[in-house]
Design a protein around this ligand. Structure first.
Ligand code: NDP
Ligand code: ZN
Length: 352
């Protein structure tokens, strides 16, 4: 089979590989819809996971089951399925302890295009099929369905990590596809003011549509000052970090009220250390809580997020700004994600 792969750090290309083999609890799928991710860009061009050779990329897909293992109970050949980007081993101690994303070691629930080939191939392997697949609801838009792999669960996890409650004033730093879904999540959880931080107009417009009450442009001045001004010096109750760099993390702490919570889903890719501003952290006594996490993955989460689409509570199809047709276009879609033209939010590749 052919697949689009990371050849080494900074290099991608099409390669030939054997079709993956199916273990007793696993499934083999072929893609119906695929999406490249900012994480694929970090993997290839920032070497975020270290070097990888001839590893097929991609972790966001809707698929069709072509083979199932003998122990798989709920899926059969021909089923159309939602596939979570994070595919934990649900029998692991870490999963039993409530942290499936770390099954097998820190971040090791992330297997596609990390520890094994990803979904940008003619076929791909899904471990623990009963735990990690969910049936594609009839009639669901494929773009929306594909966002259930990663963009919705990650954006929503930012909101979970920030422990957003009704009436909270929330800052969402970064309104790419992940942050936009965090805005939608905060609105569903009943946030009051939602300050969405970004600079591109299309993202700002969609953030407003998804529930942001104010847009803060980080290119037009310090975001801490802007938020402090809008909150009359009080700061926000919760911060969701879904973009920016190490300095942004520092800003998140500074704009947070004592007793507040930061939920970080952003990949912090540079340097050995992250600074915590001592004074703004109350010299260690400010009750400013920091949570950072990889999203959990799994079938139940996919099913619940699908329900939010079916009931028109969220509209992730609006993230899709560019649509390609055919597996052979996945490289173009990934390059678009790398170059991030101003009108891009998220590309989608439909296979047929
Ligand atoms: P995008 O690059 O599409 O969006 C990033 C956002 O951050 C944009 O709105 C951008 O603004 C904004 N931004 C950039 N620089 C700054 C800054 N200095 N201050 C404030 N805002 C800034 O990324 P995605 O939405 O695709 O992904 C977001 C992050 O989530 C990435 O780091 C990704 O790796 C990570 N991720 C984490 C996962 C997890 O499970 N934890 C899973 C998937 C992704 P603009 O472009 O408008 O200028
Ligand atoms: Zn992703």
């Amino acid at each position: 089979m052919k697949g689009f792969a990371m050849l080494t750090i900074g290099k991608t290309g099409w390669i030939e590989k054997d079709v993956p083999t199916c273990g007793p609890s696993d499934a083999i799928c072929k893609p119906i819809a695929l999406a490249p991710c900012t994480s694929d860009v970090h993997t290839v061009w920032a070497g975020a996971l270290g070097d990888r050779h001839d590893m097929i990329l991609g972790h966001e897909a809707v698929g069709e089951v072509v083979e199932v293992g003998t122990l798989v109970k709920d899926f059969k050949v021909g089923d159309k399925v939602l596939i979570s980007a994070i595919t934990p081993d649900w029998n692991s101690l870490q999963a039993q302890g409530g942290f499936p994303m770390h099954s097998g070691g820190m971040l090791a629930g992330w297997k596609f295009s990390n520890f094994k080939d990803g979904v940008f191939g003619e076929f791909f392997h899904v471990n623990d099929a009963d735990g990690n697949l969910a049936h594609l609801p009839d009639g669901m838009d494929l773009g929306a369905a594909c966002m259930i792999s990663d963009m919705i669960p990650t954006g929503f996890h930012g909101c979970e990590l920030a422990e957003v409650e009704f009436g909270d004033n929330v800052a969402v730093i970064g309104i790419g596809p992940v942050g936009l879904m965090s805005v939608a999540a905060a609105a569903i959880r009943g946030a009051a003011h939602i300050y969405a931080v970004g600079s591109r107009k299309n993202c700002a417009d969609l953030a407003k549509e998804f529930g942001a009450t104010e847009i803060i442009n980080y290119r037009e001045g310090d975001i801490v000052e802007q938020i402090m001004e809008k909150t009359h010096g009080a700061g926000v109750d919760k911060v969701i970090v879904a973009g920016g760099d190490n300095g942004t993390f520092d800003q998140a702490i500074r704009m947070l009220k004592p007793g507040g919570v930061i939920g970080n889903v952003n990949y912090l890719g540079e340097g050995d250390w992250i600074n915590i501003p001592r004074g703004d952290w109350g010299c260690g006594m400010g009750h400013k809580k920091i949570n950072g996490g990889l999203m959990p993955g799994g079938r139940l989460r996919s099913k619940k997020l699908a329900r939010l689409i079916q009931t028109n509570r969220i509209h992730p199809e609006k993230l899709i700004t560019h649509t390609f047709h055919g597996l052979e276009c996945v490289d173009q879609a990934l390059m678009l994600m790398k170059d991030k033209p101003k009108d891009l939010i998220k590309p989608l590749v439909l296979i047929n």
